[in-house]
Ligand binder design. Structure first.
Ligand SMILES: Nc1nc2c(ncn2[C@@H]2O[C@H](COP(=O)(O)OP(=O)(O)OP(=O)(O)O)[C@@H](O)[C@H]2O)c(=O)[nH]1
Length: 218
């Protein structure tokens, strides 16, 4: 069974993550770091591609599909199918590039606009923290400014911390999708559907009455 590009792998649904950010901030490098646990300089960063891996969540092996995207430029329209495909996002910026952090802020606004009814999990990753002498963004300030939007990591440090952040994001995604499934299952139950219908009819009736009482005074 598939929906919105998700495959059911045994009883664990695939998790789709899109990695977005400005050009050359290290999106591909970060994905490689997660998949291999190492920093590798020699890889094809131009290619837009989906990588798959398996992670253990709640005692089950889940397939995680990670989409590496082309560098985002301000005012660019986000591909809606990409935004709808993903269950969660990793937004990468470079601590050596102030503009790339502004891009992350813009991306958060755009993503929240497109997926306005959902609290989609977001991980903001500050990259290139090893280039201390070239740093133009204060990591603590950046973390504070996005703290109400999702998780934050300093991605160039311990490979383990990148891996843990990915896992945390995957767990958060699983938790959100479990809640969504439970809600849609509850809403489909006949007793709940009937109750909601009665509530809506009463609301319509009250609105009609209110409208009549207002118009009859003129
Ligand atoms: N010093 C340092 N260099 C990095 C780090 N991460 C990536 N780089 C370098 O930054 C450059 C850009 O990295 P990419 O992974 O290609 O960046 P990208 O965001 O995927 O690039 P585009 O796909 O072209 O937008 C490469 O030369 C990387 O080797 C890091 O943590 N530290």
């Amino acid at each position: 069974m598939e929906d919105r590009g998700h495959k059911l792998n045994g009883c664990c649904r695939d998790i789709n993550i899109a990695v977005l950010g400005a050009k050359h901030v290290g999106k591909s490098a970060m994905i490689v770091r997660f998949l291999t646990g190492r920093f590798i300089g020699d890889y094809d960063s131009e290619m837009e591609a989906v990588f798959s891996t398996h992670v253990p969540i709640d005692g089950k092996q889940c397939t995680v599909n990670i989409m590496d995207t082309a560098g985002y430029v301000p005012d660019q329209e986000l591909k809606e199918d990409l935004v709808m495909w993903a269950d969660g996002f990793i937004l990468v910026f470079s601590l050596t590039d102030t503009h790339s952090f502004q891009v992350v802020e813009e991306l958060i606004t755009e993503l929240r606009k497109i997926r306005e009814d959902e609290r989609i999990p977001i991980l903001v990753a500050a990259n290139k923290s090893d280039l201390v002498h070239l740093r133009t963004v204060n990591s603590a300030e950046a973390e504070t400014s996005v703290s109400d939007q999702g998780m934050f990591i300093s991605a160039s440090e311990e490979p383990e911390s990148v891996k843990n952040a990915f896992l945390k994001l995957c767990k958060q995604i699983r938790c959100v999708s479990k809640k969504r499934e439970k809600l849609s299952w509850t809403l489909q139950r006949p007793a709940v559907a009937a109750k909601l219908q009665i509530r809506q009819s009463l609301k319509n009736l009250a609105e009609k009455k209110l409208w009549r009482s207002r118009t009859s005074t003129f």
